[in-house]
Design a protein around this ligand. Structure first.
Ligand code: URA
Length: 230
């Protein structure tokens, strides 16, 4: 967003007063004086007017490549939270969108926008998550149909919703599901007599894990990525 527009949105100033405030040097972006009214702000920029930080209407959206050994909640006495991997201002305002098991790796979305994350986690929204799964046993060809039809998980009465399986090799598949039941992927393979050796989430909706991100690395989402869930 343009700096002058941002100030109009977040203060009582009119457009012309906002422009004056900027060109007269009363506005700082990340502690640097910016006199260009058309300056393009990034979502992470912090804007100060007359020495006070302007409360932002912007939200923050990140993707993280979760390593094994980290948890997707804020507290655990044994394992660190994935939030420890993100060293930014006001980290405590962020929350993790959905959960991965401690030994699952891959795409995790993090934000401070509750409505946005609700659109991803709400069961009514049918948001598709895709996992790469390494299996202990060779995949049986009838598993594709079983997953597509839906199957009963141990101790549950309602079958799983149709899930898509793409076989990559004898013991590696891509599985896309729309639900988020407890340990769902591991329990689906247990239900057909197999066992998950390694689980890695590659996408959530239209957002795919950036292959440039190493284990534990993160980046801000692009405007386009954010918009796919808006
Ligand atoms: N399904 C699982 O079993 N574990 C995860 O971490 C995610 C989906």
């Amino acid at each position: 967003m343009r700096l002058d527009k941002y100030i109009v949105h977040n203060t009582n100033l009119t457009r012309s007063l906002a422009k004056k405030a900027i060109s007269s040097g009363q506005v700082l972006v990340n502690l640097k004086q910016i006199k260009n009214t058309a300056f393009k702000l990034k979502v992470t920029d912090q804007v100060f007017y007359l020495g006070k930080q302007i409360a932002t209407l912007h939200h923050r959206y990140l993707m993280l490549n979760k390593p094994s050994g980290y948890i997707c909640s804020t507290q655990d006495e044994i394992h660190p939270s994935v939030l420890n991997l993100i060293d930014i201002e006001q980290r405590d305002r962020l929350h993790i969108v959905g959960r991965l098991d401690v030994d699952t790796t891959g795409l995790v979305l993090i934000t401070d926008d509750g409505q946005w994350s609700h659109r991803i986690t709400s069961p009514k929204k049918n948001c598709q998550k895709t996992y790469q799964v390494d299996l202990a046993e060779k995949i049986r060809s009838d598993t594709i149909e079983q997953f597509n039809k839906g199957l009963l998980l141990k101790n549950e009465l309602k079958p799983t919703r149709p899930a898509q399986l793409v076989i990559q090799s004898k013991q590696q598949v891509l599985l896309s599901i729309q639900e988020g039941r407890y340990h769902q992927v591991k329990r689906m393979f247990a239900a057909v007599g197999n066992h998950v050796e390694a689980l890695h989430r590659v996408s959530i909706g239209a957002i795919t894990l950036d292959v440039q991100l190493g284990d534990g690395e993160w980046r801000y989402l692009t405007e386009d990525e954010i918009a796919t869930m808006s």
